[in-house]
Write a protein of this length. Structure first.
Ligand code: NCD
Length: 300
């Protein structure tokens, strides 16, 4: 792996390798305490972030590396009009690996063309969020011991949520997975993504959650992406379309897991946090192990 900007570029074996390495690291982190000694990671965040930035930082620091970067583009020269490629050229000179989150689709490709060190996307517009998908499948694998023969419901803003395409691409690499895509009609998964997974992943599209959730292994809930809406009124109309609360989950199996990339707003009520199915905080924590594994494989 030279750069990581799309899950599409990873094979099933590469995904499994990251998952198994993340597991190994979680079980024995001290073995990796010096793996990034003397290395520098540049974190370039052109969009807000809590988990992605902090867990990448935590991952790199836990392996003995050092960090530079910015979390507010207004404090960087992009504010003066500097291009993505010039910023990346400079960050390549100052670091051994770059993590970039950017609001523009295509920015990952542009950046990877000029980066002379490994470039990792921490989220690219509405396009993809590859490291999130890797921590998501790590979470699923830890729970079920497999990444095939799974029934996964994806719920919420499937149009603008970038974690969705990446997770769909990841699940499509394995056998016999079925996904059910629940969103308001206005927020369906984009056609281009559906054509990418066509024939590789069995999917059904719907608006109403089924009354019975028994067959689901995973319910993956997402936030309605306020900042991507062209029309604020439409956001107001759709923001509470799904609210997952204990009564919605009544028919779920005890071993089903509720996931969410976070931040959650109103789409999962706080009383779900206490239920045995809630796995979103654990999922976020898994992000550190998954990102340590990704960095370990990419920065040597
Ligand atoms: C996601 C993102 O930025 O796409 N957050 C994250 O990285 N965990 C999801 C979101 O913002 O809704």
């Amino acid at each position: 792996m030279d750069h990581l900007i799309s899950i599409k570029h990873l094979s099933k074996d590469e995904i499994l390798d990251i998952v198994q390495l993340a597991d190994k690291i979680e079980k024995n982190p001290s073995e990796y305490a010096d793996a990034m000694k003397g290395k520098i990671m540049a974190n370039l965040f052109f969009e807000p972030s809590t988990r992605t930035r902090l867990s990448f930082e935590s991952a790199f620091l836990r392996m003995g590396g050092q960090i530079l970067g910015f979390s507010d583009p207004a404090a960087s020269s992009s504010k003066k009009g500097e291009s993505i490629s010039d910023t990346i050229r400079m960050a390549s000179a100052y670091s051994d690996v770059i993590v970039m989150r950017h609001f523009l689709e295509g920015s990952g490709v542009v950046a990877s063309k000029v980066a002379s060190v490994p470039l990792i996307s921490g989220g690219t517009g509405i396009q993809e969020h590859p490291t999130q998908a890797l921590l998501d499948v790590f979470t699923i694998w830890k729970e079920f011991g497999r990444l095939d023969n799974l029934t996964v419901g994806l719920v919420g803003d499937l149009r603008y949520g970038r974690t969705i395409p990446s997770l769909l691409y990841a699940l499509s690499k394995f056998e016999n997975n079925r996904v059910f895509l629940y969103s308001p009609n206005q927020l369906r998964v984009r056609m281009s993504i559906l054509s990418d997974i066509d024939g590789k992943l069995s999917y059904e599209v719907g608006e109403k959650l089924p009354d019975d959730l028994k067959e689901f292994d995973v319910l993956y809930v997402t936030r309605v992406q306020k900042e991507r809406f062209p029309d604020e009124q439409m956001y107001e109309r759709l923001k509470d379309f799904y609210v997952i609360n204990p009564s919605v989950l009544e028919t779920a199996r005890e071993d089903m897991i509720v996931m969410h990339p976070l931040p959650r707003i109103t789409e999962i009520s706080y009383d779900v946090d206490e239920l045995p199915q809630a796995r979103y905080f654990q999922q976020a924590k898994n992000g550190v192990w998954a990102r340590m594994a990704i960095l370990y494989r990419m920065v040597r």
